[in-house]
Design a protein around this ligand. Structure first.
Ligand code: CO
Length: 301
């Protein structure tokens, strides 16, 4: 009996020793493991996305400008629009959501990530991106730091600069002072919709015949049309105030359907000339996003 107990105790001790040794071995492995491979910072460019082929050139411009500014940095893309991603997937092109793209960067060993929003305003999509991207910086064993950089229109200066560039580069040279320029913003239910009204106030201080309408927010197109009619405008240049000249530009703005902006203006006796260019196609505007990205990259250090 006594001998048996001794034997049992000895066995327990032996087991504990083996266990401890094993644990210690694991600790040693953990301690002796080389620090996780640090691939340095990466850039994630995030846009709503587009399924329109011709609009893709806007993204190429942005990528070229970003790569010129950060030649040694990994640059990846993500689209916030699930609908667009699904549509592209069916056509054989896979684009990650921002969350999947961040998880992939984490998995691939990037420890610092600058996320550049290529949206126009800090609306619902930007805030979702901001909330989710920051969580990746809080996970253990992954990305140490995530900085989410602002969309295009976030301040007095960025609004002025964007308008100036549009007036100088996007509006056709043939436009006369008595002809209107109608910028088409997206518009949103988010409070940041107010940016479009602020933009029109600023635009009209620069040039009284510049208007800002939106597809889904305020000012509405009906309001703008009313203003053009009241002012006896005879000709208007329609310009998408969006990252790309995608579906909204092709259909809502310049389409042949009776409810497009072009058709409605024509019906009101106003000749309309659509300009099918997205803002990101212009180097000077793409560089505004790049400038914001530079600030974000500096914060990663
Ligand atoms: Co839309």
């Amino acid at each position: 009996m006594w001998r048996n107990l001794m034997k049992k105790q000895w066995m327990i001790l032996a087991c504990a020793a083996v266990l401890l040794a094993g644990l210690q071995a694991r600790w040693c492995v953990a301690a002796g493991h080389p620090a996780k491979e640090d691939k340095g910072p990466a850039i994630l460019l995030v846009t709503f996305g587009t399924s329109v082929d011709s609009a893709q050139s806007a993204f190429r411009t942005v990528e070229q400008r970003v790569k010129a500014a950060f030649p040694k940095t990994e640059v990846r893309w993500a689209y916030t629009s699930k609908i667009i991603r699904k549509k592209l997937e069916k056509e054989g092109t896979h684009i990650d959501s921002p969350e999947v793209a961040l998880a992939r960067l984490m998995d691939d060993g990037y420890t610092k990530v600058a996320v550049q929003s290529l949206h126009m305003i800090p609306g619902a999509e930007f805030h979702e991106l901001y909330d989710n991207a920051r969580l990746f910086g809080q996970m253990s064993g992954g990305i140490d730091k995530v900085v989410v950089s602002s969309p295009l229109l976030v301040s007095d200066e960025t609004m002025d600069k964007a308008l100036k560039e549009v007036m100088a580069r996007v509006v056709p040279k043939a436009r006369q002072a008595n002809e209107a320029v109608v910028l088409m913003g997206h518009g949103t239910h988010h409070p940041s919709d107010a940016i479009y009204s602020a933009l029109m106030y600023k635009a009209q201080k620069m040039d009284p015949n510049v208007y800002v309408g939106t597809v889904e927010g305020s000012p509405s197109f009906d309001e703008i049309k009313e203003m053009l009619v009241q002012k006896n405008i005879k000709k208007a240049y329609l310009i998408p105030f969006m990252t790309v000249a995608g579906d909204h530009a092709m259909n809502d703005m310049a389409g042949d359907e009776p409810d497009s902006w072009k058709s409605q203006l024509t019906k009101a006796g106003i000749e309309s000339v659509p300009v099918m260019k997205g803002l990101a196609e212009f180097d000077a505007i793409a560089d505004m996003w790049v400038a914001q990205l530079k600030t974000a990259m500096a914060h990663l250090q």
